[in-house]
Design a protein around this ligand. Sequence first.
Ligand code: SF4
Length: 366
Amino acid sequence: MMQTLVGHTSAELTELLTSKGLPGYRGKQLGKGLYTRFLRDFEGFTDLPKALREQLAQEFTLAPCTERSIQSAPDGTEKYLLNLPDDEVIEAVYLPYDERTSVCVSSQVGCPMACSFCATGTEGLARNLTAGEIVDQLLFMQAKHPEQRISHLVLMGMGEPLLNLPNVLKALRLIHDEVGLSYRNITVSTIGVVPAMEKLAAENLPITLAVSLHAPNNTLRSELVPLNEKYPISRLLEACRDYVEATSRRITFEYVLMAGINDTEKEAHELGALLRRQPLCAVNTIPYNTTDVAARYQRPTPEAARLFREIVASYGVNITQRYEKGHRIAAACGQLKRSTLKLGSTMRPLPLLSEVPTEAVPEPGA
Ligand code: SF4
């Protein structure tokens, strides 16, 4: 397989060109074309000599993601299925709002976490995405929408980002340093991989960390999120406090409301009591997006969702409801699924809890 240029910093592109006997000083131009002009073929690099473009095309591929299909919703949301060089398929979502344009990108092909309500989690993990594959989802969607500058990025698509921390960190640096997005406009989600949260805190990046809580007690959370057996709520909240202390950044607790499961007045009171002394945090509720894989979970009524928020807020906890887009094209949280996308998949069976990796997950081609 030819080496792909997206995923390298401009400095690395310079080294790469030099190592191939090509003019290294062109690396900066190459980087600009990839990350600020969002070019997707060598022909577009009109500031490079034609002969060099031809040489580059023989040695490298430009970008890893190619479009497989697109679904659009009336609210402007677009869900892309993107092919990767090894025929795996991922999903990425374009979310235009009035005041900003956001993209939601994947960090893994599939996910090993097996959360019971999540479409992605039913199918296990195939592999981690490379840094280039993470960044390229943004570049791809920006190239599709040259008229609208993407201002925000959330890592909430397929996968658990903190299980792929080295590649996620490199992707964040590329997005910040080369593409020019502010770290403050980047959100990384986690289901609560505590050791990786500690490593992320040590990086001290001014990003937003979104922790998927989904339940106020261990019995219920372990049912919804198997990883809770390994890192129960008290341990998770301790890691959140450490994260806040190290970074001075606020944590968002994501709470998917599921009718009759975790949205009753009892859970609302428990959640309020649990978080009232948790520093610098807010709760983001998300009404469950009904999927075909977890029929027992249903969307709450708007009244139940409102009552839930009111009770939690009465404890002095900051709580909002996320403005949803893309529900009708299954592009919202927990609905990104790769099923039936690829024949001959290399998916692994879902791991036993004790096998859930916190660091060592397969790289492409492993
Ligand atoms: S909710 Fe997130 S962590 Fe859980 S299975 Fe789905 S993608 Fe993975």
